[in-house]
Design a protein around this ligand. Structure first.
Ligand SMILES: [Zn+2]
Length: 283
């Protein structure tokens, strides 16, 4: 009888889920440039007048046995190098090559938002599938360029290339908030840094959150200060998103902000321009 019950249990208890989790992803931050003396008021509203901060230009690399994923891509177009005083610039595909990853090895790109320093490198990774919020794609390929639209910080050439990639079948549109679009990777909206910016939850034990510009700095997370928002009225939504990031990750240590140089001190170096946010193989 006992044997029969056990046999029954073996049949009726479902096998554990085998979805990939964050411990399966090695997460790294790659620095491809720096801006010194950036006005803090541009990052944290109500910061003291005249206070400045050095910021990092960053994208993030997620690797497991199946995929090589970039969260954002940096940029390479000369116009932006002329417009901003950027030091230590290295083209993102070259920065990635220093980390031992060739551009055609990138399987997926997750675009946090369409700004020049985040979406501006998609052209460097021509074989990757590009994941972006559906509303972000729709807005910046249409209404943003109409009268009354908000296209600040968007490079028309990036948009043209994004459309070309969509025509080639390389773009996947993520529909809204809380979507697990790849195993273990969950897109979250609501922060509205741009029309429909997204931050990335990498599920596991521990769970990590990559904020991109939805939280520029650790200080903003600690002091619960909003980043720049699409509309002034979105500031409350951005603050709710900060709470959501912290709830998902458990603490500020497991939320990685978009432009903070401290992430390159907090985590161990694993290459000339790279730190390993999680454990994993040595480079
Ligand atoms: Zn931005």
């Amino acid at each position: 009888m006992r044997t029969c019950l056990l046999a029954l249990l073996a049949i009726t208890v479902p096998a554990p889920a085998t979805t990939l989790r964050a411990q399966d992803y090695e997460i790294s931050a790659v620095r491809y440039g720096e801006i010194s003396g950036f006005p803090l008021q541009g990052l944290l509203p109500d910061a003291p007048e005249g206070e400045t901060i050095d910021i990092a230009l960053v994208f993030w690399l997620l690797e497991n046995d199946d995929r090589t994923v970039l969260f954002d891509t940096g940029f390479f177009r000369a116009a932006w190098l002329e417009r901003f005083d950027i030091s230590e610039f290295l083209r993102p595909d070259s920065a990635l090559a220093q980390a031992g990853v060739a551009s055609d090895e990138v399987t997926d790109i997750v675009v946090s938002h369409a700004h020049w320093d985040h979406m501006g490198g998609i052209e460097l990774f021509p074989t990757a599938t590009i994941w972006i919020q559906a509303d972000e794609y729709a807005y910046y390929t249409g209404p943003a360029w109409q009268e009354g639209g908000r296209a600040g910080g968007i490079d028309p050439d990036d948009v043209l290339h994004l459309v070309q990639r969509n025509l080639a079948g390389d773009v996947r549109l993520i529909e809204g908030d809380g979507v697990e679009f790849l195993p273990g990777l969950v897109a979250h909206t609501g922060a509205r840094h741009t029309r429909s910016s997204q931050f990335l939850e990498i599920r596991g034990d521990p769970t990590w959150v990559l904020a991109s510009d939805n939280a520029y700095l650790y200080r903003g997370l600690r002091e619960r200060r909003a980043s720049a928002t699409f509309l002034p009225s979105d500031r409350a939504a951005n603050l709710r998103a900060l709470d959501r990031m912290l709830a998902l990750a458990g603490d500020t240590l497991h939320v990685v902000p978009g432009h903070d140089v401290l992430q390159f001190e907090r985590f161990p170096a694993s290459g000339p321009r790279m730190v390993r946010v999680t454990g994993g193989r040595d480079r």
